[in-house]
Design a binder for this molecule. Structure first.
Ligand code: FAD
Ligand code: NAP
Length: 505
């Protein structure tokens, strides 16, 4: 993110798009754009970009781009789909750039959404896997993973009252975090996550079903059952009409984000500017957000869809860490700072209990296994960068037996900004493995604790291995420059890339 000129915020952009001004220079006409034509529009004052086969004149958007003009110029006059997907595939560009649409690419759309039928996928994966097998000689694992891909399939059967969809994943470690089911208004969507790929069953059901959906997972054999209750005791001739992505096994990043409507059930104060929002999933949804992952919230603001990422937390830091936490699988808790001039959080703060908001599937590249083998866990958080640390703390202290020390170093401006201070202090008293250190950058004169900003000297003093050779894992999250600087300081102090996880967009 770069500082933008005054009058160039997202809200200002939304206003401009609603002003009726001709933003494409084509007076509302849509044209077919050749590759040759696209490449001519490659200057700041005349810049077209293609995303998923659609061409946008982004010249008027230049000064409003939160990542800055230079970032946008990287895709000037070209197909920017891959770059866009790498940086922020969750941003709803269709809605944000609607008024900048020039038209479609004339020839075949470049990098159109990749929906690969299962048969094609098998062949492609088989070739890639074989290639990998021979070129890189990665042995049995590759061979068996190829077999897993080949055997992905689903089946369904019915009784008078039930319809059961069975997905055979052949994944030995299948669990509830890897299965996302949504069944609303006769549409069934069941997604199985397998590393960075996903298998999807998505149909418009033949007949109506009740809102109650049961999901059974046979973890050892990787069998997933989705059990629907028929509304009427009719014999179904088919499961339903398939959607475009039905029965496909593709990269997760090639699937569009899926959203469901969730109800705001409570909103409680955490600090003077931060609130805990509790959202309730719809009845037909089965979704559990894994530790370290975030979701996207979507709201319509001034007629434009706006999307922002948020990291679910727990309702509180349980003080009894002896038992793994009970998942209620119904509520999602979000700890969100309301910015006085923030576009999204202001709209969020205006939501009333009972209102609805769209919540996406989880995303993120954090892997629990990185913590599972560590002896020392260090968490560096700045402000709401504390949010991913909540579930991580819970996981570390309840489920990772080899961890000897867990230390949270929490940077805030003032004492009033510290999130869940009491709970953290209680936890430190309760569990001798856990220690918390608060550091304030703008303390009052009464503050007797540590003060300062993230720095090399501060980290060299606070970040230490409990034994000379102990396995350490460090997680860091906060304002982007805080995270970037922190990672650099840690590397300067001799910690390797593998020992650090930075939570970023
Ligand atoms: P914005 O409109 O983006 O403004 C934010 C602040 O910047 C305001 O103070 C505003 O005045 C200022 N500002 C806006 N535009 C400019 C400009 N051009 N120049 C200078 N200043 C400007 N946040 C949480 O609270 N909780 C979470 O759990 C959480 N999880 C996240 C997870 C991820 C993966 C990421 C990337 C971010 C997360 N965030 C979280 C941050 C969140 O996504 C939003 O960025 C945040 O809520 C602000 O959104 P907003 O639209 O209200 O603010
Ligand atoms: P904040 O209150 O503004 O800052 C928290 C602490 O970080 C303060 O001590 C602050 O010191 C310091 N800080 C801020 N900018 C810094 C910089 N450039 N260099 C060094 N220290 C800096 O924080 P916030 O408003 O809660 O914002 C939290 C951030 O975390 C947001 O940007 C959000 O997007 C991000 N976040 C990311 C994720 C994720 O998963 N990626 C999850 C949650 C939150 P000063 O006195 O210098 O300001």
């Amino acid at each position: 993110q770069v500082p933008l000129k005054p009058g160039r915020s997202l809200m200002d952009w939304i206003r401009l798009t609603k002003s009726g001004k001709d933003l494409t220079g084509l007076k509302g006409r849509l044209i077919e754009v050749t590759e040759d034509e696209l490449s001519k529009h490659n200057k700041k004052e005349d810049c077209w970009i293609c995303i998923r086969g659609f061409v946008y004149n982004v010249t008027p958007y230049m000064e409003y781009h939160p990542g800055g003009e230079d970032e946008l110029m990287k895709a000037a006059g070209t197909d920017g789909t891959d770059l866009f997907d790498q940086v922020h595939r969750w941003v709803n560009y269709e809605s944000m750039l609607k008024e900048c649409l020039v038209g479609r690419m004339a020839v075949k759309p470049i990098a159109a959404p990749k929906v690969i039928c299962l048969a094609c996928k098998f062949i492609k994966e088989a070739l890639l896997e074989c290639l990998g097998l021979f070129l890189y000689a990665q042995g049995k694992y590759m061979f068996f993973s190829l077999l897993y891909f080949l055997f992905y399939s689903y089946d369904w059967f019915q009784t008078d009252s039930l319809v059961t969809i069975v997905i055979y994943t052949k994944q030995k470690d299948m669990n509830a975090e890897l299965v996302i089911v949504d069944c609303q208004d006769k549409r069934l969507r069941g997604e199985i996550i397998v590393d960075d790929h996903s298998y999807l069953v998505e149909v418009d059901l033949d007949h109506a079903v009740s809102e109650d959906v049961a999901v059974n997972i046979a973890e050892k054999v990787g069998k997933v059952e989705i059990i629907l209750s028929k509304k009427d005791t009719i014999h179904w001739k088919m499961l339903g009409q398939p959607w475009e992505g039905h029965n496909t096994f593709i990269k997760r990043t090639d699937r569009g984000l899926f959203y469901r409507k969730c109800k705001l059930v409570s909103k409680t104060e955490v600090t003077h500017d931060t609130k805990l929002f509790c959202l309730m999933l719809p009845k037909g949804t089965h979704l559990r957000v894994p530790t370290g992952q975030h979701v996207y919230l979507k709201q319509i603001i001034a007629g434009t869809e706006v999307v922002k990422p948020y990291t679910p937390v727990l309702p509180f830091l349980t003080l009894d860490f002896q038992e793994p936490p009970l998942h209620d699988d119904v509520h999602i808790y979000l700890m969100i700072k309301i910015y006085s001039h923030g576009l999204f959080t202001q709209a969020l703060d205006h939501l009333q209990v009972g209102d609805y908001i769209f919540v996406s599937n989880p995303e993120g590249n954090f892997k629990k296994s990185q913590v599972q083998t560590s002896e020392d866990l260090l968490l560096l958080a700045g402000g709401t960068g504390f949010t991913p640390m909540v579930k991580l703390l819970n996981f570390a202290l309840t489920e990772v037996s080899c961890l000897r020390t867990v230390k949270l170093i929490f940077f805030n401006k003032t004492e009033d900004d510290i999130l869940w201070r009491n709970q953290l202090e209680q936890l430190a008293l309760q569990d001798e493995r856990f220690e918390v250190q608060f550091i304030l950058s703008q303390p009052t004169k009464d503050w007797i604790g540590k003060q300062g900003k993230i720095s090399s000297s501060l980290l060299s003093e606070l970040v230490k291995r409990s034994k000379r050779d102990s396995k350490v894992f460090i997680c860091i999250c906060g304002p982007a420059p805080f995270t970037e600087q922190g990672v650099q300081y840690l590397k300067d102090l001799g910690y390797s890339q593998e020992e650090i996880h930075a939570f970023t967009a």
